[in-house]
Design a protein around this ligand. Sequence first.
Ligand code: ZN
Ligand code: ZN
Length: 352
Amino acid sequence: MTEAMRAVVYRGPRTATSLEMIARPEPGPGEVLLRVAAVGVCGTDVHVWQHGMGDAPPVVLGHEFAGVVAAVGAGVSGFRPGDRVVSETAAAVCGRCVYCLGGHYNVCPQRRGFGFQANGAMAEYVCSRPAILHHVPPGLPLALAALTEPGCVAYNAIVEKSHPRPGDHVVVIGPGPIGLMALAVARLGSPARLTLVGLRRDGVRLELGRAMGADDVIIADEDDAVARVVQAGDGFGAHLVIDAVGVSATLQQSLAMVRPNGQITKIGWGPAPVGFSLDALIRKAATLQGSFSHTYGTWERVVALLASSRIHVRPLVSPFALDAWAAGFHAMEALEVAKAVLLPHGPAFAEI
Ligand SMILES: [Zn+2]
Ligand SMILES: [Zn+2]
């Protein structure tokens, strides 16, 4: 008889999503069952909870998670019960397309993400697969390892998709969890100046940004962010602008802030069309780069950065019990916290 477990099940926006008792998954061949220690509430989770995700079937939310191996299915090697691990977000990929075979499985057209097309980790247990699991080094608490995913989004955008040099002026627009991680990763590249742009209502997160090493924090609804950025340094603007906001107004700002031959890397999503000219991009011969998700090597590096405390994520984490998941979502929605992290088996198991 299958056992039951608690899980945050999405059936539609707001009150259509709730904590339910569902069957605990069993690891099939090639699968690894994790006892979930910590699962982050992503901006995307909050967006889905606010606005829905089309006619998606019921699904357990949660794609930023760490846990302990509870059982392994037939044919699994490299992981055994008791191992502390963090999981990537692609529950399934095709394994056969040019992207999968080239190691860029994050853009596989058949990619099925945890918490969207496959049951995620806002539950007591979740099934993952060995190809996307990473061992968590001793000394890195599982509650902090759960922030590897946003760290990888930031690392992919800044290190893989952009090429900042020591001495550059780097601007991060948007002090959400991804923007704050981007700030932390950008700082490792020794910029001469690191600027964070947000709004007055982002107060708590802007303060965290200052603590994480922003040299300048600009409140864009009180100050002229473009003028502040362009006037800093040699007067030509930023070498690299990381746009971690999902509205087109910030892309327009990015175009005004970037220096000739500079780069804008866009991480923030937003379905609204852009209603302005891209001529500045052409005139400045600037690069506009999109960045999505991450791959295995990035995960190994970010886990190592967290374990070595080169990136300090503890100040970002606000823990919530799984039963209090809605409070975590509300706190994220109200911008009261940088990152709500749900602990399905309590703080001790999450090592926090
Ligand atoms: Zn996410
Ligand atoms: Zn593929």
